[in-house]
Design a binder for this molecule. Structure first.
Ligand code: GDP
Ligand code: MG
Ligand code: ZN
Length: 319
């Protein structure tokens, strides 16, 4: 039988049968001799995967096979590990949830997620939550960030899960798609999903950065079918949201330093103009990217984040 993985918790996978409706789910395990495809991945099955499973007498299932993925997105399993963790599979959009209030998200973190989304060909957007907490200074920073990311082509949405600002707009952006929500713990991902989906009732503010300190908690993402927000039964528009636990640092994997600038769309647009084909856009003469930074068409902030990520990738390769 075929089904969709809605949740993974350690060795159990919650699967919804392809022809199942509403609350039908089967808790599955992996077949005992299941082979990891490439042994670098810590999780062979991720939320969003379609799987083939067999139903057991006790009502649980055994997953025999993971169907081909349309796409997926990965991060480093732990800080210095070479292993990768698949965050989710078969998604239409990555929604980077950030906030300028507490805990303030750096553009460095946002850009690591955006670069990864580019590398895996997943469209991305940025949601800035907690606008209800803004003072004038934060409002100004918000407007600058919005201008910066929109100029690159990423939709930006200012919202308040608490007060309701921007929720209707965000709902419109989710419609008919599978959207993956990623961001630091505490930025309000769960609160946002609750605001988007009446009755969802996710726990808010439960996982604090403090309790996770020093240990790497297993990542349990969860996918919600919210198709019924836009019609009923057969007519409902297939719409899914994926909530993820907070990511402290987003570890990128498998990037080569020389290809990094291709994942900054505004740099990709000009880098054919560099004098050297293998230009790294750091210290080379006649670099079209550096010229674009000076002309203001590539923002200094994004360029600095490029340099930071570049150095980090190089350092990781040496390890
Ligand atoms: N003021 C304000 N607080 C919010 C907002 N959204 C979430 N919070 C608070 O931020 C904390 C973390 O929210 P949560 O949804 O658990 O964050 P998550 O870790 O990203 O899922 C909770 O105490 C929420 O009440 C918002 O829009 N405004
Ligand atoms: Mg949460
Ligand atoms: Zn260059």
């Amino acid at each position: 039988m075929k089904g969709l993985v809605l949740r993974t918790t350690g060795s159990w996978y919650r699967v919804r049968p392809e022809d199942g409706s509403g609350e039908d789910v089967v808790d599955c395990r992996l077949r005992g001799n299941y082979r990891l495809r490439g042994n670098r991945q810590t999780n062979p099955v991720a939320v969003g995967d379609w799987v083939e499973y067999a139903l057991q007498e006790d009502g649980t299932g055994v997953i025999a096979e993971v169907c081909d993925r349309r796409n997926y997105i990965v991060r480093r399993a732990t800080k210095l590990s070479k292993q990768t963790h698949v965050i989710a599979a078969n998604v239409d959009r990555l929604c980077v949830v950030a906030t300028l209030a507490f805990p303030r998200t750096s553009t460095g973190f946002i850009d690591r997620l955006l670069v990864t989304a580019e590398a895996y060909h997943i469209p991305a957007c940025v949601v800035l939550n907690k606008v209800d907490l803004y003072d004038e200074g934060m409002r100004a920073v918000h407007d600058d960030l919005r201008a910066m990311y929109e100029a690159v082509g990423y939709p930006v949405c200012g919202v308040s899960a608490l007060r309701g600002d921007g929720i209707e707009e965000l709902r419109g952006m989710m419609k008919g798609r599978t959207t993956l929500f990623c961001g630091h713990s505490g930025v309000g991902k769960s609160a946002l999903l609750n605001a988007l989906v009446p009755g969802l009732d996710l726990r808010v503010g439960e996982v604090s950065d403090w309790s996770e300190k020093g240990r790497h908690t297993t990542t349990f993402a969860e996918m919600f079918d919210i198709s019924d927000l836009w019609g009923c039964g057969e007519d409902a528009l297939p719409t899914f949201l994926i909530d993820t636990p907070g990511i402290k640092e987003f570890g990128m994997v498998d990037f080569r330093p020389e290809e990094l600038s291709h994942f900054f769309p505004e740099m990709r647009a000009v880098l054919h103009g560099c004098r050297f084909a293998n230009c790294t856009h750091r210290h080379e003469p006649q670099c079209a990217v550096k010229e674009a930074v000076e002309a203001g068409t590539v923002s200094t902030e994004r360029y600095n984040n490029y340099l930071g990520i570049y150095d980090q990738i190089v350092a990781d390769k040496v390890l």
